[in-house]
Design a protein around this ligand. Sequence first.
Ligand code: IMP
Ligand code: MG
Length: 177
Amino acid sequence: MPEVKVMFTREEVGRAVERLATDIRRDYRGKNPLLVGILKGSFVLLADLVRSLNIPLELDFAKLSSYGCATETSGKVRVLYRLTTPVKGRHVIVIEDIIDTGLTVSCFLEALRRRKPASLKLCALLEKPARRRTPITIDYLGFSVPDKFIVGYGLDCDEKYRYLPDVCYLEEVCGAP
Ligand code: IMP
Ligand code: MG
């Protein structure tokens, strides 16, 4: 069994979310932005972010899959659930838990861009710059992290650990029987 270690405490995560909200509020006040959460991993971030933002906005969700049950991206992105809100002319902010290779979200951003939003930005709590395989601009970013497998605060490993309040990482325990 891997060991679960804390990378950022809930207080540190809370301060990062406050900072993201301050930046987004400054840029979107009066614009009624459409926040699109990528399921399932972004659900905790989105819930904290909208309450911190405390400005009129709308929400929708999309569900993408490039992983199956593996911990490595396959590079093939499937849209499992599509947002239903019309995007044309809207100020759209895509909310992701973590940008790893960047392949999943870059395909999704391309598809949204074709639907002619007034603007399109990306907000992510975490990114792993060492693993990027496609150039991506993250307009609002919480933390850059090293190449470890992250769980907690909505992120899972095979559907486990999403409930953890801190951002944690999994460490393989060497020499375990
Ligand atoms: P990408 O296409 O490689 O950027 O994969 C992005 C998606 O993979 C994220 O939205 C996460 O759902 C998942 N993912 C990537 N790295 C991690 C991790 O360290 N922990 C949990 N999920 C991850
Ligand atoms: Mg995700």
